[in-house]
Design a protein around this ligand. Structure first.
Ligand code: TYM
Length: 350
């Protein structure tokens, strides 16, 4: 069990530790998704905690998705999860639309969350930009569905990258307001788990921008499906500054591109940034970049190879997702029924 999980479960008492996280099947997986999320999903799975990981297809359609591409991206994401080390026997792997309890609880949370809270969501502002009047209503209410994803399992811990922090704070606010309004202690106050050297992997072209699937420049990111030559080329061309590498972290201050490459190295090598700098301090980027490229290829190539192998058998992927959805619903259905009862919906359980 990771340290963060241990401390929290001791505090909570009432809720057994349970990990949930999700990724949108809305395009190629990139290094930010891998280091900021999937690799840490695997660590949590292997530390013996109950883990539930979801391909959030309902979130993906908050912006237009071509149906055939969405189907492919969902299966590819599942293949990426498994190729990275998630075991469908140990973790529950499924796609969100197949557990309708998420959307049902999402509606209840639409009635708990306040407009003022939602209006503060920076990711909506960034994504909508000047197009505010034309984007879908779903893009605006996206975070209430995310809160439902987490709380429908009474999840206590959510591993994510730094960009999801505000959504997780909203999830805590929704849980607290529900508990307060109905006079219950029903939903846990979930703990975000944002840790490690790569909680915010930056663009290879601009150290002030997050690595993202929506960046128009493919050279800005390493995709999980890039071949060895492409990875090496993108790293060779990655933006840096003229100085060499420092031996201590303080020497990375105000050097976003240098810091990003060192963080990536540390996360891929499972080392601390201090350890990496102790080894490479004093080197020029001309020497460090090939080392980084070699490490990235060594870590990512086996994953992309395994992903293509798994994608040969879509039937097997669909069976894994269906089994995951069944197991997810077995946890979610009683929690939804109890929620309806607390809210005052008349039904079989009331
Ligand atoms: P999404 O699909 O944008 O990203 C999936 C995960 O990858 C992380 N991530 C990064 N980490 C480090 N550096 C980066 N450059 C980087 N880019 C992406 C994200 O932080 C995330 O952990 N709203 C979520 C999906 C979601 C979810 C949930 C997550 C829906 N319901 C419930 C947790 C719990 C999203 O859009 O992630």
């Amino acid at each position: 069990m990771t340290e963060a999980v241990q401390t929290q479960s001791q505090q909570e008492g009432k809720f057994a530790p349970r990990v949930f996280s999700g990724i949108q099947p809305s395009g190629d997986l990139h290094l930010g998704n891998y280091l900021g999320a999937i690799k840490r999903f695997v660590d949590m799975q292997n530390s013996g905690i109950e883990t539930i990981y979801c391909m959030v297809d309902l979130h993906a359609i908050t912006v237009w998705q071509d149906p055939a591409k969405l189907r492919r991206a969902t299966r590819e994401l599942c293949a990426g999860f498994i190729a990275s080390g998630l075991d469908p026997q140990k973790s529950i792997l499924f796609n969100q639309s197949q557990a309708p309890e998420h959307a049902q609880l999402g509606w209840i949370f639409n009635c708990v969350a306040r407009m003022g809270w939602m209006n503060r969501m920076t990711q909506f502002k960034d994504k909508a930009g000047k197009n505010r009047e034309k984007v879908s209503v779903g893009l605006f209410s996206y975070p209430t569905l995310m809160a439902a994803d987490i709380l429908i399992y009474h999840s206590t811990h959510v591993p994510v990258g730094e960009d999801q922090k505000q959504h997780l704070e909203l999830t805590r606010d929704i849980a607290a307001k529900f508990n307060h309004d109905y006079g219950v202690n029903f939903f846990p106050i979930t703990e975000p788990v944002i840790e490690g050297a790569a909680t915010r992997v930056m663009s290879l072209r601009d150290g002030s921008k997050k690595m993202s699937k929506s960046d128009p420049s493919d050279a800005s990111r390493l995709n999980m499906t890039d071949d060895a030559d492409t990875i090496a080329k993108k790293i060779r061309k990655a933006k840096t500054d003229p100085d060499g590498l420092p031996s201590e972290i303080a020497g990375l201050e105000d050097r976003p591109e240098a810091r990003n490459l060192v963080n990536i190295y540390a996360a891929l090598a499972d080392q601390s940034v201090e350890q990496v700098l102790a080894d490479v301090g004093g080197q020029q980027f001309g020497a460090f970049k090939p080392m980084l490229a070699e490490l990235a290829v060594a870590k990512l190539s086996p994953i992309s190879g395994e992903m293509s192998r798994l994608m040969q058998d879509e039937g097997e992927i669909d069976r894994i997702l269906a089994d995951g959805a069944m197991r997810a619903r077995a946890i979610a259905a009683p929690i939804l029924a109890k929620t309806y009862d607390i809210v005052g919906m008349v039904g079989a359980g009331s």
